[in-house]
Write a protein that binds this ligand. Structure first.
Ligand SMILES: [Zn+2]
Length: 144
C-alpha cells in the first residue's frame, strides 16, 4: 500500500507535532535518528518511530532472526547500560557541583570571620599602643 503524504524518511529529530515516538512516547530524549512516517489524518499527527522502537518492531515482525537479532538486542542492551552509566555520572557530577558550591560558601563565611577578627586585632593593637604611649609620657612627666 502506498504511503499517503510521503513515505518513511530518516530524520535526526521529530520535526512535526507531536514530536514524539509513537512507540515509546519519547521525544528528542529518545535515541535518534527517527523514522518519520506518513501524516495520520485521524490523529492529526505525524507518526514517528525512534531508532530503538524501529529495532523492536523489526524483531517483532521477524525481519531480524538468529544471530542478527541477538546482535541488535545485545546492542540495545549495551546502549541502555551506557545510558544508565551516563545518568549515574551526571548525578555524581551534580552532587560534586553542589559540594563545591557548599565549600565555596563555607570558605566565604570563614574569610569574613577571619577579616573581622583581623580588624579586631588591629583595634586592640591600636589601643595597646595608645595606652603604652600614655604610660610613657606619664613616666616622663613624673621623672622631671
Ligand atoms: Zn520509541
Amino acid at each position: 500500500m502506498p504511503h499517503i503524504d510521503g513515505g518513511p524518511v530518516l530524520m535526526e529529530v521529530p520535526a512535526e507535532h507531536p514530536r514524539t515516538c509513537i512507540g515509546c512516547q519519547e521525544g528528542s530524549a529518545a535515541d535518534g535518528p527517527f523514522v518519520q512516517m506518513r501524516f495520520h489524518p485521524g490523529l492529526n499527527w505525524r507518526i514517528y518511530l525512534c531508532a530503538d522502537c524501529v529495532k523492536e518492531v523489526a524483531v517483532a515482525a521477524g525481519f531480524l532472526a538468529g544471530k542478527q537479532q541477538d546482535v541488535v538486542l545485545d546492542q540495545s542492551k549495551q546502549v541502555a547500560q551506557r545510558d544508565a552509566e551516563i545518568a549515574r555520572l551526571q548525578r555524581r557530577l551534580t552532587k560534586s557541583d553542589k559540594q563545591a558550591k557548599d565549600w565555596e560558601t563555607l570558605a566565604g563565611e570563614r574569610a569574613a570571620v577571619l577579616d573581622s577578627q583581623r580588624q579586631r586585632i588591629e583595634q586592640l593593637e591600636g589601643s595597646i599602643t595608645a595606652i603604652s604611649d600614655e604610660a610613657q609620657s606619664k613616666l616622663l612627666a613624673a621623672s622631671k
